[in-house]
Design a protein around this ligand. Sequence first.
Ligand code: ADP
Length: 536
Amino acid sequence: MQQRKTIIILSLIVLLPLLLLSWQSWKMSKDDQQVNSARFENLVSARLDRIDSLVQSYFEETQLKLGLMIPQWTLSTDGVRKIIKNDGSIRQIFVIDENKQRRLPSNNTALTVDEQTLINRLTPIWRDPQMLFSNQADAQANEKMKSNTQQQYSKKSAPRISSKISPALKSARHYGWYLWHWEGGANLIYWQQNHDRTIVGVELEPIRVKSDLISRLPNTSAADSSSDFRLKVLDTAGHIVYQWGNYAETESSDAQQKYALSYPLSSWSLEYHGKPFTPSSSSRVSLLVTLIGFGLLIAGLAWFLYREQTREIRLATQRVQFVSQVSHELKTPLTNIRMYAEMLEDQLEDEPQQRRYLQIITDESQRLSRLIANVLNFSRTPRIHKRNFDINSLIQQSIAHFKPSFDAKNITLMSKLEAKGEIFSDPDAIEQIINNLLSNVEKYAAEGKQLDIDSEIQNEQLILWVRDYGKGIPRSERKRIFQPFYRINSQLTEGVSGTGIGLAIARQQAEKLGGSLVLADVKTGSCFQLTIEVKK
Ligand code: ADP
């Protein structure tokens, strides 16, 4: 039982700190993971931001270039045709006059095939040239929204073309870009409105735009060979326009981050594909090793404590076994000594000196027998054997055993023994209880000079009071005197032999007989009250 308790306590000592530590470490590593994964996301965002800036720089440059060129142009059918012929990056040019009427390509001249398709392509613009402006307004609103969301990830926002106005463009009232989808392709138009309110639109050659943009972006061989990512530029329909990077993605793998490009390519997007962020396994391993080490350390300590404790228990058990063995061996010779002394006493005629010697031998052997009975009772679980016996003769007999010692110490015995007749209980156990109580009076309360022993039977219970008029037992000690091996440290116990188990055994026996042994409240001396069930 004791051993099980020890094992449970030691296991708790090992497990509780381990669990607490594991929980703390798990929480810390989770927090770390979150911080690192946020950092990783920021890095990816910054990378995408840089790519967006590269794309933006293309539009800025083209805008500047066209802004400088347009005022130099001769805006006639021939002039425009010549410009288109000489500049491979321009697909078509159109002019809308201040009355919102298309001036070029002019309906008054014979149109080339390309001019005719331009007219077909841009029909909505001829109907409402304001569309060019609205597209720009939308784009700027998008820009604002986007830069706001991006700032959550990266403090550095990409330079926006709308924020840079070149001196050449100051001559233009309005200018901007227009992304126009036609037959699955994206067509970019740069337009600017001059002070005379005419709008000049320049449709760029889509293949050229694409190749110019691609030439600005990194390529796979230039991408860091150790890097494990793939970046994709997707058009409005989600088709890959260009991609680079070493990451070999699986078919099902989703983009880790998506990023809408800035105006005017706001409907295009960038996708980052790469290995998802995984927390470094080395930190987990070192945490695990620390935990295991710590666990082993406290487990070792607990094992050591357990070994020490069981060693103590083993030694104590061995000692108790030894004492009980010796006590048992002493029992027979002691009974013989007592028996022969009593026989000799009967045969002695009138020889007072010798009788006195014999009486001492009998008394001492009786005392030794009580001591041995107590030791044996304490070291082995006492067994109760109930039977019918006469209670009054048992009490009288016990008193008679002590009579000579009480006489020798001038203790007057006053008894009112009203418990009479046969009762059903264990006479040996009751005798042992009475002997222990009387022996204590003899040892500690002789100076009171009086001993009252009263008995009665009430409601099928035997009640016995043993009251002395000695120094008594201090209130603070009243509970403790019933604990095994406890002796009050006072003048009373000084020089008086005792083991401190008498009262503990007496109370244990009383409880086994279905009763109790308590210290009653009295003014002088002490009064022990024994109550025992005597039901048949
Ligand atoms: P022991 O007599 O071997 O010391 P006990 O268990 O019988 O052990 O008693 C425990 C302690 O209680 C004693 O050491 C003593 O100090 C105190 N005690 C017991 N009975 C009396 C009494 N009648 N008067 C005063 N003190 C007592």
